[in-house]
Design a protein. Structure first.
Length: 255
């Protein structure tokens, strides 16, 4: 009952896999200054960590986002038809030439990819030497595991041995634990199977800011002008991010 009351009115009656939901989420982000500032933080980080060079940058799952405001010439994509993006691209079968990309970037997309190994192989094929994968993803800590299991709408299974998802829709198919599984629990497997993919950094963050924003599914719980104060307060908790963080900024590089 409480979840239904708090759900954002623009999308609460739409199926999550309906492309109209993605289109309306762009309007939700525009209407919620607190949430928009979170995306601005993430986008500034992605733009500032791109490798040098002139090659194209591909964003997977661009959907309702606005990363193209930060990266000139960004190729925006979705896995389904969406009027907000330039091309339809399946991250497991990218129609691109070998060594053609400077970077593959994404926000809240990796944990929806149905076959992680296929994606990593495709990314390595398409990235030029020195190219990067930059992503912001859910992360598993004691606090986030509780939140994702009891508040968030997406499945979370930190016990699975699989790097694949069961067949479902492009957004309803998910496991919020996948980034943690691949880049933390199974990091030695990742290193063994993909020696040309170096994990440069995994930075855990945002124990409370995203919750306060209401995300893209719920109404906002904070006005935008309070974002700076909450961000400073949250930064004081950095020594405990490995227990409290809900997201991670993940930087990988092809060597």
């Amino acid at each position: 009952m409480l979840k239904n009351v708090l759900r954002h009115p623009l999308t609460k009656d739409l199926d999550i896999d309906d492309p109209r939901t993605t289109v309306l989420r762009k309007e939700i982000i525009r209407q919620k200054p607190f949430l928009r500032k979170i995306y601005e933080d993430w986008y500034q980080w992605i733009a500032s960590h791109l490798p040098a060079g002139e090659g194209p940058v591909l964003e997977l799952g661009s959907g309702a986002g606005f990363l193209k405001d930060y990266i000139p010439g960004l190729i925006t994509s979705e896995v389904f038809f969406c009027p907000l993006v330039q091309v339809i691209v399946d991250g497991c079968r990218m129609p691109l030439r070998k060594n053609s990309l400077r970077a593959v970037v994404m926000v809240d997309v990796f944990h929806h990819i149905p076959d992680i190994r296929s994606f990593l192989e495709e990314a390595l094929r398409c990235l030029a030497p020195g190219g990067k994968i930059l992503m912001v993803e859910p992360w598993i800590t004691p606090w986030s595991k509780f939140i994702y299991a009891h508040v968030h709408h997406e499945p979370v299974d930190a016990e699975t041995e699989k790097w694949e998802l069961p067949p479902s829709g492009p957004l309803s198919s998910a496991n919020s634990a996948l980034p943690w599984i691949v880049f933390h629990r199974d990091r030695e497997v990742l290193r063994s199977e993909y020696p040309r993919l170096q994990t440069v950094d995994v930075s855990i963050e945002k124990p409370f800011l995203y919750l306060l924003s209401g995300g893209i599914s719920y109404r906002s719980f904070m006005p935008g002008f309070l974002y700076g104060g909450w961000r400073r307060l949250e930064s004081e908790l950095k020594p405990w991010y490995n227990k409290l963080g809900m997201f991670a900024r993940i930087e990988l590089q092809k060597v």
